[in-house]
Design a protein around this ligand. Structure first.
Ligand SMILES: [Zn+2]
Length: 366
């Protein structure tokens, strides 16, 4: 212990072993929680106006680094959002606090992370900021029961590939006879922004066009997945007319692991009260339903949008594809709540992030 350490008190635990706590409570001196030079665990007191009763908060109990995975464990299900801030990956957990004796992982020279910060960030949120070492990539956060796992992949553990989307030839459309690059050992995903060109899809409140909204979301999903080393093909990257059969045949030709079609819903201008997320799979498609549920729940846990459920439907693109396929209706262009979000670029980015996260969760779990 250094000279600034507080006085400590010891007691015998009912579960065996000895408990050492700084006098005056575990948060009396934040430096007492610092288990290693590269790990810091700090506490900020929550504002007094916080709304979640303490009894309903999830308590983060352990954060362990085990080889290629960072485990964040709590005493109940946790709800989180993820984002990159520069070269740091941040997980923000809502309605959560840190256990008094939380130990962060010890980071050595061979750890895939060069730094990790764990903080109570006010309003009952806990933020974990993980900085991967050069060459290490974070393959998305994955939800387990009462836990979140980050997969940390070092170079060679799974090849980081150049995206075929950035080169013009493999992007659809194009000559269907053009051989596509061989893909092996890589996960291939097809993202299908609905409609396009002369077919604007639904037109919503204020003249917002489905084709514009879903292209923006689809392109962003693609960018996020590519950064995680996934090979992405888009059925369209601009405003053009693509029939339904070529969308399916693209997915078959590139041997896609999964197919995600992105749409926005509409009902009637006289029903602004109908809002919410619907995610579809082909009737009876077991893996398609799992993919749909995974993406649907990831969106619900990251965005404010009503839940209209995961449903079976006979849409062409999800019925004719041979791989797990889903169609996401990202909200109602005719809904008074959803239209505010659908026309907001920042919200569309969050939607894209959640869809990409759901895809990564599905790929990691299967
Ligand atoms: Zn549509």
């Amino acid at each position: 212990m250094d000279k600034d350490s507080p006085d400590w008190q010891a007691s015998v635990s009912r579960f065996g072993g000895i408990v050492l706590l700084p006098k005056g409570g575990p948060s009396a001196n934040p430096s007492a929680r610092r288990p290693g030079a590269t790990t810091s665990l700090t506490t900020r007191s929550s504002p007094s106006n916080s709304v979640t009763p303490t009894s309903r908060l999830a308590t983060i109990q352990r954060i362990d680094l085990g080889g290629r995975q960072l485990f964040i464990r709590a005493d109940r299900p946790i709800f989180y959002a993820t984002r990159w801030r520069g070269s740091t990956y941040q997980i923000t957990i809502n309605a959560a606090r840190l256990t008094a004796d939380l130990q962060g992982p010890k980071l050595g020279d061979s750890s895939p992370l060069s730094d990790i910060q764990v903080e109570e960030t006010g309003n009952n949120t806990v933020t974990i900021s993980a900085k991967p070492r050069d060459g290490v990539r974070i393959a998305g956060a994955q939800r387990l029961t009462n836990a979140v796992v980050l997969n940390l992949l070092k170079p060679g553990e799974q090849p980081i590939v150049e995206s075929p989307v950035s080169s013009p030839s493999p992007s659809f459309p194009g000559n269907p006879d053009t051989p596509l690059p061989r893909v092996s050992n890589r996960q291939v995903v097809v993202i299908d922004p609905g409609h396009g060109g002369p077919d604007p899809g639904a037109i919503g409140i204020g003249g917002v066009r489905e084709t514009d909204v879903v292209l923006d979301i689809g392109l962003e999903v693609s960018r996020i997945l590519q950064r995680q080393g996934v090979v992405v093909y888009l059925t369209r990257t601009d405003e053009r007319d693509v029939d339904l059969p070529p969308r399916v045949s693209l997915a078959e030709r590139v041997n896609a692991a999964l197919f995600v079609s992105i749409h926005a819903n509409a009902i009637s201008m006289s029903r602004p009260d109908i809002n919410g997320l619907e995610t579809y799979h082909a009737p009876g498609a077991y893996l398609g339903a799992r993919l749909a549920r995974t993406i649907h729940s990831t969106i619900l846990s990251n965005l404010r949008i009503r839940d209209r459920g995961v449903r079976g439907a006979r849409f062409y693109v999800i019925r004719k594809t041979s791989m797990p396929a889903t169609l996401v209706e990202t909200g109602f262009l005719t809904g008074q709540e959803d239209i505010v979000n659908l026309r907001n670029p920042a919200w569309r980015k969050q939607m894209a992030q959640a869809i990409a996260q759901g895809i990564l969760n599905f790929l990691n779990g299967s």
